[in-house]
Design a protein. Sequence first.
Length: 80
Amino acid sequence: MLRHEFQPGKLVAGFFVTLAGVIYVGDAGDAWDTPWFAIIPIMIGGLCLAGSVGILGRSIRKRRGAAGDTRAGTSAESRR
């Protein structure tokens, strides 16, 4: 299997989408009562946080790629 870059923004977005799903499953299973509008701030906040984390992760990868690669014969462009 080929290795891929770690993308923390997608991890955070996936966590919040999963959280929203768990909240709705708990509501559907009568474990608790969730108002329909409760998911909106969870999703908006999670997507904003995921975007911020994604931008931060991308800037860190760019900075490390510009500083030079420690592996011989490879560059940041060839790893994509």
